[in-house]
Design a protein around this ligand. Structure first.
Ligand SMILES: [Zn+2]
Ligand SMILES: [Zn+2]
Length: 217
């Protein structure tokens, strides 16, 4: 066991997501710059970038996918095959478990309209309580923590970086050896502490402008 916990940003997008710009090389450069031991590559509905990076990087890369469900986003951690988008939350979580992954409720207070219903509660493995992109950040974090505590689920954090400079703004400290299976087991048993801050107002504004431009194209 390491003396120090691993510092992992558990929510990072690359240019394999339709709405992100970060190249695989930039992920490595910025992760090192921010002192991270590794990242979870969580592109929207694809694992292509994650698998490519895992092959050629000496960072810890957790292959993941951010799955678009009928009721919000689910982070499928430790999956090497994409989970089909558009399914119900329940079925999505089931599929994630079938392929050996764990299901994390992504930015739950921002997306899960109507809250997390009782019947799907036992299926999640963790709740992302800190996500640098949520707005308003401090209220979302407070509510996210409340959800996790109420459901008695482990807590994670990630930047949800769509641009390289956002990588590492939030991260999870994980008590585990530097091995992907160990990391996943540690998250599941709650040996994980979420840490993080929001993206700056300047970045928020730039992101809003570029998403407007994308919509007009
Ligand atoms: Zn999302
Ligand atoms: Zn995301």
């Amino acid at each position: 066991m390491n003396c120090l916990p691993l510092k992992m940003d558990l929510h990072v997008h690359t240019c394999y997501s339709y709405d992100a710009t970060t190249t695989l090389r930039e992920v490595v450069v910025y992760a090192k710059k921010r002192g991270l031991d590794g990242v979870a590559i969580t592109d929207h509905d694809t694992v292509e970038g994650a698998l490519k990076l895992a092959q050629k990087s000496n960072l810890l890369i957790v292959p993941c996918v951010e799955v678009t469900t009928q009721r919000g986003h689910v982070l499928a951690l430790n999956v090497t095959t994409p989970i089909p988008p558009g399914l119900s939350l329940f079925e999505t979580i089931q599929r994630i478990h079938e392929v050996g992954g764990i299901a994390v409720a992504a930015h739950p207070t921002a997306v899960y309209k109507g809250g997390l219903r009782r019947q799907i509660i036992p299926s999640f493995d963790a709740v992302e309580v800190i996500n640098s992109k949520t707005f308003p950040f401090f209220l979302s974090t407070y509510l996210g923590r409340k959800v996790a505590i109420r459901l008695n689920l482990p807590q994670t954090a990630g930047s949800d970086a769509h641009h390289a400079s956002e990588i590492g703004l939030a991260y999870t400290l994980i008590e585990a050896d530097p091995d992907i299976d160990e990391i996943i087991r540690a998250i599941k048993r709650g040996a994980a502490v979420p840490v993080g801050k929001p993206i700056t107002w300047k970045t928020r504004l730039q992101n809003a402008m570029s998403s407007l431009k994308r919509r007009r194209m």
